[in-house]
Design a protein around this ligand. Structure first.
Ligand code: GLY
Length: 313
């Protein structure tokens, strides 16, 4: 372990999620989590790419499992599919999955959403652990128990709230991220800063170059602050009755742009970046102070949006 991890806890209606964040956090998953996995069958849901880059980092976590099986899924939003979920359920049954088995979601937001959904449906719900490997998943998707797959009719149409037993955000894994993917995650950090954790805005203004350089030690406190702010919102409103909708800042236009570009022209965070610009414009018309809007717009520009893809409507 190269730095002290930050340990947080998210209390939800069915218990609590332990969250560990740090550069190298996977090297020391924590005694409580290791004990809870002891003697159980662990199904690691991941992609071939993440497996090749980072599988060795899982060894300390998996050593207490009775047996482990790796279940590879395709990369990208297309993996959030009912057929793929059903295939995973069948492989888990054939692999001896029981009520005390555990799913380990090891990948970005799509792997986390799919694996959480699969865990939530298997034998009426089994435990899972989120090991998010992208910045976007570490600060947003892996936190808060939202799981889903898509239908051709719409994104995230079929899903459930199923909170992970634990989340480990190891910022060392972010060093292999495509720079554009890192920027995409920074838009979600900015979103949380704008709605709930204003100190994050100052951090983004001060250390953006280190964050863009994927410095694991610079990223760790930023991820910790973003996760703490999100956890506070989720604890107050676990199933999005009211307050949690704040987390959708920038997502109305963002989702429309993602859909228009067939979920391939823009990354999720980039679409949210555009969505926040749009929402800020509307908010200014409704009385948001110009200096607040200008600060956020300047940060969005500084993080850097790609050009909008062409879309035919
Ligand atoms: N990604 C928004 C939420 O978790 O509510």
């Amino acid at each position: 372990m190269t730095a002290n991890p930050v340990d947080l806890e998210l209390r939800h209606p069915r218990g609590r999620t332990q969250i560990r964040i740090g550069a190298g956090a996977l090297a020391e998953p924590g005694a409580e989590l290791l004990t809870s996995l002891s003697g159980r069958t662990c199904f690691v849901v991941t992609s071939a790419q993440v497996r090749e880059l980072h599988e060795r980092r899982l060894s300390p976590l998996l050593e207490s499992c009775r047996q482990r099986q790796v279940l590879e899924v395709p990369v990208g939003e297309g993996a959030k599919d009912l057929e793929i979920a059903a295939d995973l359920w069948r492989r888990m049954v054939r692999g001896g999955g029981k009520r005390d088995s555990v799913v380990i979601a090891f990948g970005g937001g799509t792997v986390g959403d799919l694996a959480g959904f699969v865990a939530g449906g298997f034998l009426r719900g089994i435990d899972y652990v989120q090991i998010p490997t992208t910045l976007l998943a570490q600060v947003d998707a892996a936190i808060g128990g939202k799981t889903a797959v898509n239908l051709p009719e719409g994104k995230n149409t079929i899903g459930l709230f199923h909170h992970p037993r634990a989340v480990i955000c190891d910022t060392e894994m972010l060093s292999t991220l495509d720079p554009a993917e890192l920027r995409s995650g920074l838009f979600e950090v900015l979103k949380i800063g704008a709605i709930r954790a204003a100190e994050l805005l100052g951090v983004l203004e001060r250390v953006l170059p280190e964050l863009l350089a994927r410095d694991a030690h610079a990223l760790a406190p930023v991820v910790a602050a973003a996760v703490a702010a999100k956890a506070e919102i989720v604890e107050a409103d676990p199933e999005e009755g009211d307050l949690r909708r704040l987390l959708n800042f920038g997502h109305t236009l963002g989702h429309a742009l993602e859909s228009l570009s067939g979920y391939s022209g823009l990354r999720h965070g980039e679409a949210v970046g555009y969505g926040m610009l749009f929402a800020l414009e509307l908010a200014r018309e409704r009385g948001l102070e110009a200096r607040v809007a200008e600060r956020l717009v300047a940060l969005i520009r500084k993080i850097g949006l790609p050009p909008l893809p062409r879309a035919s409507v």
